[in-house]
Design a protein around this ligand. Structure first.
Ligand code: CA
Length: 375
Protein backbone atom coordinates (compact mmCIF):
# COMPACT_ATOMS: atom_id res chain seq x y z
CA UNK A 1 0.00 0.00 0.00
CA UNK A 2 1.36 3.39 -1.01
CA UNK A 3 2.12 5.85 1.72
CA UNK A 4 0.01 8.95 1.81
CA UNK A 5 2.31 11.86 1.18
CA UNK A 6 1.77 15.45 2.07
CA UNK A 7 3.36 18.34 0.24
CA UNK A 8 4.15 20.28 3.36
CA UNK A 9 7.74 19.53 4.30
CA UNK A 10 9.49 21.89 6.58
CA UNK A 11 13.23 21.92 6.98
CA UNK A 12 14.36 23.25 10.24
CA UNK A 13 17.68 23.98 11.80
CA UNK A 14 17.96 24.52 15.48
CA UNK A 15 21.14 26.08 16.69
CA UNK A 16 21.93 24.77 20.08
CA UNK A 17 24.24 26.67 22.32
CA UNK A 18 27.29 24.92 23.60
CA UNK A 19 27.42 24.12 27.21
CA UNK A 20 30.37 23.49 29.42
CA UNK A 21 29.34 20.35 31.22
CA UNK A 22 31.17 17.95 28.97
CA UNK A 23 28.11 16.02 27.79
CA UNK A 24 28.94 14.77 24.35
CA UNK A 25 26.13 16.11 22.19
CA UNK A 26 26.04 17.63 18.77
CA UNK A 27 25.90 21.39 18.64
CA UNK A 28 22.98 21.54 16.25
CA UNK A 29 19.77 19.68 15.65
CA UNK A 30 18.65 19.45 12.05
CA UNK A 31 15.31 17.95 11.32
CA UNK A 32 12.50 17.58 8.82
CA UNK A 33 8.84 17.79 9.80
CA UNK A 34 6.13 16.08 7.80
CA UNK A 35 2.40 15.99 8.38
CA UNK A 36 1.66 12.29 8.28
CA UNK A 37 -1.98 12.22 9.47
CA UNK A 38 -4.63 14.95 9.33
CA UNK A 39 -8.35 15.02 10.09
CA UNK A 40 -8.18 14.39 13.82
CA UNK A 41 -10.35 16.24 16.33
CA UNK A 42 -8.22 17.15 19.35
CA UNK A 43 -5.93 14.09 19.25
CA UNK A 44 -4.74 13.29 22.78
CA UNK A 45 -2.45 10.27 22.71
CA UNK A 46 -0.76 7.79 20.41
CA UNK A 47 0.47 4.22 20.98
CA UNK A 48 2.64 2.37 18.45
CA UNK A 49 1.57 -1.20 17.70
CA UNK A 50 4.35 -1.80 15.15
CA UNK A 51 6.52 0.17 12.74
CA UNK A 52 3.58 1.04 10.49
CA UNK A 53 0.61 0.84 12.85
CA UNK A 54 -0.57 2.86 15.80
CA UNK A 55 -3.65 3.79 17.79
CA UNK A 56 -4.62 7.40 18.36
CA UNK A 57 -7.28 8.84 20.66
CA UNK A 58 -9.32 11.94 19.98
CA UNK A 59 -10.42 13.64 23.19
CA UNK A 60 -13.85 14.21 21.70
CA UNK A 61 -14.49 10.49 21.98
CA UNK A 62 -12.95 8.55 19.12
CA UNK A 63 -10.25 5.92 18.90
CA UNK A 64 -8.59 5.21 15.53
CA UNK A 65 -6.31 2.56 14.17
CA UNK A 66 -3.77 4.03 11.76
CA UNK A 67 -2.03 1.75 9.25
CA UNK A 68 0.52 3.22 6.85
CA UNK A 69 -0.72 6.70 7.82
CA UNK A 70 -4.30 5.86 6.79
CA UNK A 71 -6.94 6.52 9.45
CA UNK A 72 -9.47 3.83 10.21
CA UNK A 73 -13.10 4.64 10.80
CA UNK A 74 -13.71 5.25 14.51
CA UNK A 75 -13.22 2.01 16.43
CA UNK A 76 -16.54 0.83 17.84
CA UNK A 77 -17.19 -0.54 21.30
CA UNK A 78 -15.98 2.41 23.38
CA UNK A 79 -17.83 2.97 26.68
CA UNK A 80 -21.10 4.86 26.47
CA UNK A 81 -20.43 6.99 29.54
CA UNK A 82 -17.43 8.91 28.13
CA UNK A 83 -17.88 12.50 29.38
CA UNK A 84 -16.66 14.96 26.76
CA UNK A 85 -16.50 18.43 28.29
CA UNK A 86 -13.80 20.92 29.22
CA UNK A 87 -10.55 18.97 29.45
CA UNK A 88 -12.42 15.67 29.69
CA UNK A 89 -13.15 12.94 27.18
CA UNK A 90 -11.20 10.02 25.77
CA UNK A 91 -7.60 10.54 26.82
CA UNK A 92 -4.64 8.20 27.06
CA UNK A 93 -3.96 4.98 25.18
CA UNK A 94 -1.12 2.60 26.03
CA UNK A 95 -0.38 -1.03 25.21
CA UNK A 96 0.33 -3.70 27.79
CA UNK A 97 4.07 -4.52 27.87
CA UNK A 98 3.09 -8.03 26.68
CA UNK A 99 0.68 -6.73 24.05
CA UNK A 100 2.12 -9.02 21.38
CA UNK A 101 0.98 -12.00 23.46
CA UNK A 102 -2.16 -10.74 25.22
CA UNK A 103 -3.51 -7.93 23.00
CA UNK A 104 -4.55 -5.67 25.91
CA UNK A 105 -5.06 -2.00 25.09
CA UNK A 106 -5.49 0.41 28.03
CA UNK A 107 -7.50 3.63 27.77
CA UNK A 108 -8.20 6.44 30.21
CA UNK A 109 -11.28 8.64 29.94
CA UNK A 110 -13.50 10.88 31.97
CA UNK A 111 -16.92 9.40 32.62
CA UNK A 112 -20.22 10.59 34.04
CA UNK A 113 -22.11 13.87 34.03
CA UNK A 114 -21.57 17.56 34.80
CA UNK A 115 -22.66 16.96 38.39
CA UNK A 116 -20.82 13.69 38.96
CA UNK A 117 -17.85 12.53 36.92
CA UNK A 118 -14.44 11.01 37.34
CA UNK A 119 -11.46 9.42 35.60
CA UNK A 120 -11.74 5.77 34.60
CA UNK A 121 -9.24 3.31 33.14
CA UNK A 122 -10.38 0.42 30.95
CA UNK A 123 -8.77 -2.30 28.91
CA UNK A 124 -9.96 -4.12 25.80
CA UNK A 125 -8.70 -5.97 22.74
CA UNK A 126 -9.04 -4.87 19.13
CA UNK A 127 -10.77 -7.14 16.64
CA UNK A 128 -11.90 -5.95 13.20
CA UNK A 129 -11.97 -2.30 14.28
CA UNK A 130 -14.09 -3.21 17.29
CA UNK A 131 -13.18 -3.39 20.99
CA UNK A 132 -13.89 -6.73 22.65
CA UNK A 133 -13.43 -8.12 26.17
CA UNK A 134 -13.78 -4.55 27.53
CA UNK A 135 -13.55 -4.05 31.25
CA UNK A 136 -13.21 -0.97 33.43
CA UNK A 137 -10.26 -1.81 35.66
CA UNK A 138 -10.09 1.34 37.78
CA UNK A 139 -12.35 4.25 38.77
CA UNK A 140 -10.83 7.23 40.59
CA UNK A 141 -12.67 8.13 43.80
CA UNK A 142 -14.32 10.33 44.83
CA UNK A 143 -16.31 11.69 41.89
CA UNK A 144 -16.23 15.44 41.23
CA UNK A 145 -18.32 18.10 39.51
CA UNK A 146 -15.63 19.85 37.46
CA UNK A 147 -14.64 19.01 33.84
CA UNK A 148 -10.94 19.81 34.28
CA UNK A 149 -7.68 18.52 35.79
CA UNK A 150 -8.06 14.78 35.22
CA UNK A 151 -4.35 14.11 34.71
CA UNK A 152 -5.18 10.89 32.83
CA UNK A 153 -1.76 9.69 31.68
CA UNK A 154 -0.91 5.99 31.93
CA UNK A 155 2.50 4.31 32.10
CA UNK A 156 3.54 0.73 32.75
CA UNK A 157 6.47 -0.03 35.04
CA UNK A 158 8.84 -2.97 34.44
CA UNK A 159 6.84 -5.21 36.81
CA UNK A 160 3.77 -4.66 34.58
CA UNK A 161 2.08 -2.50 37.22
CA UNK A 162 0.27 0.51 35.78
CA UNK A 163 0.78 4.10 36.90
CA UNK A 164 -2.16 6.48 36.50
CA UNK A 165 -1.81 10.24 36.87
CA UNK A 166 -4.87 11.71 38.56
CA UNK A 167 -5.46 15.48 38.64
CA UNK A 168 -6.85 17.53 41.50
CA UNK A 169 -10.12 18.49 39.79
CA UNK A 170 -9.20 22.20 40.16
CA UNK A 171 -11.80 22.94 42.83
CA UNK A 172 -10.49 20.22 45.15
CA UNK A 173 -6.85 21.14 45.47
CA UNK A 174 -6.60 20.44 49.21
CA UNK A 175 -7.53 16.83 48.43
CA UNK A 176 -4.12 16.44 46.76
CA UNK A 177 -2.69 16.22 50.31
CA UNK A 178 -5.32 13.75 51.58
CA UNK A 179 -4.29 10.12 51.33
CA UNK A 180 -7.89 8.94 51.61
CA UNK A 181 -8.66 10.47 48.23
CA UNK A 182 -7.37 9.62 44.77
CA UNK A 183 -7.33 13.13 43.28
CA UNK A 184 -4.03 14.98 42.90
CA UNK A 185 -2.09 11.71 43.01
CA UNK A 186 0.03 9.30 41.05
CA UNK A 187 -1.78 5.98 41.46
CA UNK A 188 -0.37 2.50 40.90
CA UNK A 189 -2.42 -0.63 40.19
CA UNK A 190 -1.82 -4.07 38.77
CA UNK A 191 -2.59 -4.63 35.09
CA UNK A 192 -5.93 -6.03 36.26
CA UNK A 193 -6.71 -2.85 38.23
CA UNK A 194 -6.27 -4.54 41.58
CA UNK A 195 -4.10 -2.98 44.24
CA UNK A 196 -0.48 -4.14 44.46
CA UNK A 197 0.58 -5.36 47.89
CA UNK A 198 3.61 -3.05 47.96
CA UNK A 199 2.00 0.40 47.57
CA UNK A 200 3.01 2.85 50.32
CA UNK A 201 -0.27 3.72 52.09
CA UNK A 202 -2.21 0.45 52.16
CA UNK A 203 -4.54 0.25 55.13
CA UNK A 204 -3.71 3.75 56.35
CA UNK A 205 -7.16 5.19 55.80
CA UNK A 206 -10.68 4.14 56.64
CA UNK A 207 -12.08 3.52 53.15
CA UNK A 208 -8.65 2.41 51.98
CA UNK A 209 -8.80 4.70 48.96
CA UNK A 210 -5.13 5.19 49.79
CA UNK A 211 -4.29 1.63 48.75
CA UNK A 212 -3.80 2.64 45.11
CA UNK A 213 -1.91 5.83 45.96
CA UNK A 214 1.77 5.89 44.97
CA UNK A 215 2.60 9.59 45.53
CA UNK A 216 0.66 12.64 46.73
CA UNK A 217 0.61 16.42 46.31
CA UNK A 218 0.11 16.74 42.54
CA UNK A 219 -1.97 19.30 40.66
CA UNK A 220 -2.62 18.21 37.07
CA UNK A 221 0.05 15.72 35.97
CA UNK A 222 -0.25 15.12 32.23
CA UNK A 223 3.18 13.66 31.56
CA UNK A 224 4.18 10.27 32.93
CA UNK A 225 6.98 7.99 31.84
CA UNK A 226 8.81 5.05 33.33
CA UNK A 227 12.48 5.07 32.37
CA UNK A 228 13.69 1.48 32.28
CA UNK A 229 17.37 2.45 32.04
CA UNK A 230 17.31 4.58 35.18
CA UNK A 231 14.50 2.61 36.86
CA UNK A 232 12.86 5.97 37.58
CA UNK A 233 9.42 7.46 37.02
CA UNK A 234 9.28 10.99 35.64
CA UNK A 235 6.15 13.13 35.55
CA UNK A 236 5.34 16.65 34.52
CA UNK A 237 2.40 18.64 35.81
CA UNK A 238 0.60 21.87 35.17
CA UNK A 239 1.01 24.42 37.94
CA UNK A 240 -1.38 27.35 38.32
CA UNK A 241 0.01 30.68 36.95
CA UNK A 242 3.64 29.55 37.13
CA UNK A 243 4.89 26.49 38.95
CA UNK A 244 4.77 23.96 36.11
CA UNK A 245 7.05 21.09 37.07
CA UNK A 246 8.92 17.93 36.18
CA UNK A 247 9.26 15.57 39.14
CA UNK A 248 11.05 12.28 39.74
CA UNK A 249 8.27 10.22 41.28
CA UNK A 250 9.28 8.12 44.26
CA UNK A 251 7.03 5.70 46.08
CA UNK A 252 5.29 7.36 49.04
CA UNK A 253 6.63 10.86 48.49
CA UNK A 254 4.78 14.17 48.75
CA UNK A 255 5.19 16.62 45.85
CA UNK A 256 3.77 19.56 47.74
CA UNK A 257 0.68 20.85 45.96
CA UNK A 258 -1.02 23.04 47.16
CA UNK A 259 1.24 23.72 50.14
CA UNK A 260 4.33 24.28 48.01
CA UNK A 261 4.37 25.89 44.58
CA UNK A 262 6.22 28.58 42.69
CA UNK A 263 2.95 29.54 41.00
CA UNK A 264 0.09 31.85 41.91
CA UNK A 265 -3.64 31.65 41.36
CA UNK A 266 -4.77 32.85 37.92
CA UNK A 267 -6.28 35.86 39.73
CA UNK A 268 -2.81 36.73 41.01
CA UNK A 269 -3.78 35.67 44.53
CA UNK A 270 -1.17 33.93 46.65
CA UNK A 271 -1.90 30.21 47.06
CA UNK A 272 0.69 29.49 49.71
CA UNK A 273 3.58 31.31 51.35
CA UNK A 274 5.81 28.26 50.88
CA UNK A 275 8.23 27.49 48.08
CA UNK A 276 9.79 24.75 50.19
CA UNK A 277 8.41 22.67 53.02
CA UNK A 278 9.92 19.96 55.14
CA UNK A 279 9.02 16.50 53.89
CA UNK A 280 7.89 17.73 50.47
CA UNK A 281 9.92 17.16 47.35
CA UNK A 282 11.21 19.99 45.22
CA UNK A 283 10.69 19.67 41.45
CA UNK A 284 13.46 18.52 39.14
CA UNK A 285 12.44 21.37 36.82
CA UNK A 286 10.22 24.38 37.54
CA UNK A 287 8.80 26.54 34.78
CA UNK A 288 7.64 29.94 35.98
CA UNK A 289 5.99 31.49 34.02
CA UNK A 290 3.94 28.52 32.82
CA UNK A 291 4.52 26.62 29.60
CA UNK A 292 1.63 24.12 30.11
CA UNK A 293 3.47 20.78 29.76
CA UNK A 294 1.08 18.26 28.19
CA UNK A 295 3.14 15.07 27.91
CA UNK A 296 6.53 13.58 28.58
CA UNK A 297 8.65 11.07 26.66
CA UNK A 298 12.01 9.46 27.32
CA UNK A 299 14.22 9.30 24.23
CA UNK A 300 16.13 6.06 23.79
CA UNK A 301 15.98 5.93 20.00
CA UNK A 302 18.74 5.81 17.39
CA UNK A 303 17.74 8.57 14.98
CA UNK A 304 18.73 11.44 17.29
CA UNK A 305 21.69 9.99 19.20
CA UNK A 306 22.31 13.36 20.88
CA UNK A 307 18.93 12.97 22.66
CA UNK A 308 19.53 9.54 24.13
CA UNK A 309 18.61 9.36 27.80
CA UNK A 310 16.93 12.77 27.66
CA UNK A 311 13.33 13.83 28.24
CA UNK A 312 11.04 15.45 25.69
CA UNK A 313 8.12 17.62 26.78
CA UNK A 314 5.24 18.77 24.61
CA UNK A 315 3.65 22.07 25.57
CA UNK A 316 0.33 23.78 24.98
CA UNK A 317 0.83 27.36 26.11
CA UNK A 318 4.38 27.94 24.92
CA UNK A 319 3.73 26.00 21.67
CA UNK A 320 7.02 24.15 21.50
CA UNK A 321 8.75 20.87 22.21
CA UNK A 322 11.36 21.03 24.94
CA UNK A 323 14.41 18.79 24.83
CA UNK A 324 15.39 18.35 28.48
CA UNK A 325 19.07 17.45 28.43
CA UNK A 326 20.13 15.18 31.26
CA UNK A 327 23.38 14.12 32.79
CA UNK A 328 22.67 11.17 35.06
CA UNK A 329 19.50 12.17 36.91
CA UNK A 330 20.19 15.91 36.66
CA UNK A 331 18.95 18.40 34.10
CA UNK A 332 21.81 20.31 32.50
CA UNK A 333 20.03 22.27 29.78
CA UNK A 334 16.74 22.76 27.94
CA UNK A 335 16.37 23.43 24.22
CA UNK A 336 13.19 24.41 22.40
CA UNK A 337 12.21 23.20 18.95
CA UNK A 338 9.13 23.16 16.67
CA UNK A 339 8.08 26.57 18.04
CA UNK A 340 8.37 27.88 14.45
CA UNK A 341 5.12 26.03 13.66
CA UNK A 342 2.96 27.89 16.18
CA UNK A 343 0.96 24.83 17.29
CA UNK A 344 -0.28 23.72 20.69
CA UNK A 345 1.20 20.25 21.18
CA UNK A 346 -0.69 17.56 23.10
CA UNK A 347 1.60 14.55 22.98
CA UNK A 348 5.02 13.39 21.85
CA UNK A 349 5.99 9.77 21.30
CA UNK A 350 9.16 8.07 20.05
CA UNK A 351 8.64 5.69 17.09
CA UNK A 352 10.61 2.41 17.10
CA UNK A 353 12.85 3.93 14.38
CA UNK A 354 13.70 6.87 16.65
CA UNK A 355 11.67 9.50 14.83
CA UNK A 356 9.32 11.71 16.87
CA UNK A 357 5.55 11.74 16.47
CA UNK A 358 3.89 14.89 17.75
CA UNK A 359 0.15 15.51 18.14
CA UNK A 360 -1.22 18.96 17.31
CA UNK A 361 -4.00 19.98 19.73
CA UNK A 362 -6.64 21.44 17.51
CA UNK A 363 -10.11 20.69 16.17
CA UNK A 364 -8.27 20.18 12.87
CA UNK A 365 -5.64 18.21 14.68
CA UNK A 366 -2.87 16.30 13.03
CA UNK A 367 0.19 14.20 13.58
CA UNK A 368 3.64 15.41 12.65
CA UNK A 369 6.63 13.15 12.14
CA UNK A 370 10.02 14.65 12.96
CA UNK A 371 13.05 12.97 11.42
CA UNK A 372 16.73 13.71 11.52
CA UNK A 373 18.01 15.76 8.62
CA UNK A 374 21.59 14.75 9.16
CA UNK A 375 20.94 11.08 9.90
CA1 CA B 1 5.37 20.26 43.45
Amino acid sequence: MALKTFPKIILCLLLVSNWANGKDKESSLQYDVKEVVTGLNFPWSLAFISDNQFLVTERTGKLRHVVNFTLSKPITGLPEDIYVNGQGGLQDVVLHPNYAQNGWIYLSYSAGTDERNTLKVMRAKLENNHLVDSEVIFTVEPYRSTPVHYGARLAFMDDNSLLISSGDGFDYREDAQRKNNQMGKILRVLDTGETPTDNPYIGETEKNLSAAVYSIGHRNPQGLVYDLNRDLVFSNEHGPAGGDEINIIKRGDNYGWPIVTNGKDYSGAIITPFKKYQGMRQPLVDWTPSIAPSSLAMYNGVMFPQMRGDLLVSTLKSKEILWIQMQGNKVVDQQSFLSELGYRFRDIKVHPDGSLYVLVDNEQGKILRVTSKSG
